[in-house]
Design a protein around this ligand. Structure first.
Ligand code: MN
Length: 238
């Protein structure tokens, strides 16, 4: 049995083929999996659980069908879809995980995160993160009409694209000392995260022995999937 990990799909109405690729994975291989973990940034933007847009509706239907086939689907929030709440999670059949979360895989504890919390050098982003994760900020934002929230998200993305002069934001990498601190704190030898769009399996030197940090890739140009089964951990594509 295989466990599937995905992140950074950045699903968006402007790239329908990517949403179709997610639907195909959910309709096929995911139904035979032991579990599916979505590690954030499933959506390019997410403005509230009442989002009735095409992508939100399709992702919920595709995920829910996997859950109804008996396969647990878990989600933790990324920096693009941090507003996913219990109502949308229920529609999608998702179990909401905190970030970070420890799961047991083959009896081994594994630490899961989106990864943005590990990028301490990105000081500007961390300040924005503190603001938008503040419950009062979120309550004020969610009190606005859906159309106003969508306009705000579109404007934020346009400003980001103008600043980056490209559609794919340039993201700083993780802070190595923070990786080691987390792995020691949670007592794990394996960490899986996304966010940086730098897919790789890195060796991590822990005082307790060898560890590894597995980074999922994005779905802008590749449909990155981490498959874990009796043969090991394989960073592959959908
Ligand atoms: Mn991200």
């Amino acid at each position: 049995m295989t466990v599937l990990f995905l992140s950074d799909l950045h699903l968006d109405g402007a790239r329908p083929a990517t949403t179709a690729a997610f639907e195909a994975l959910m309709a096929g291989e995911a139904r035979q999996a032991e579990a599916v973990y979505l590690l954030g940034d499933v959506f390019e933007a997410f403005v509230g659980d009442d989002d009735d847009g095409d992508v939100a509706v399709r992702v919920a239907a595709a995920s829910r069908a996997v859950r109804e086939a008996g396969v647990p689907v878990s989600f933790l929030r990324g920096n693009r879809d941090f507003l996913v709440g219990p109502d949308y999670a229920a529609r999608a059949g998702w179990t909401l995980l905190p970030d970070p979360a420890v799961i047991l895989l083959g009896g081994e504890p594994v630490l899961l995160s989106h990864g943005d919390l590990l990028c301490l050098d990105d000081i500007g982003y961390q300040a924005v993160r503190r603001q938008v994760r503040d419950p009062e900020w979120q309550a004020r934002f969610l009190a606005q009409p859906l159309a106003a929230r969508r306009a705000f998200a579109a404007q934020a993305r346009a400003a980001s694209a103008a600043a980056q002069s490209g559609r794919n934001e340039s993201i700083g990498d993780v802070t190595p000392a923070e990786v080691v601190r987390w792995m020691d704190l949670y007592g794990v030898r394996t960490l899986v995260h996304g966010h940086t769009h730098r897919p790789a399996i890195h060796a991590v030197d822990l005082a307790r022995g060898p560890g590894r940090r597995i980074v999922l890739g994005d779905w802008y140009e590749q449909a990155s999937v981490l498959r874990v089964d009796a043969d090991g951990w394989r960073l592959t594509h959908a």
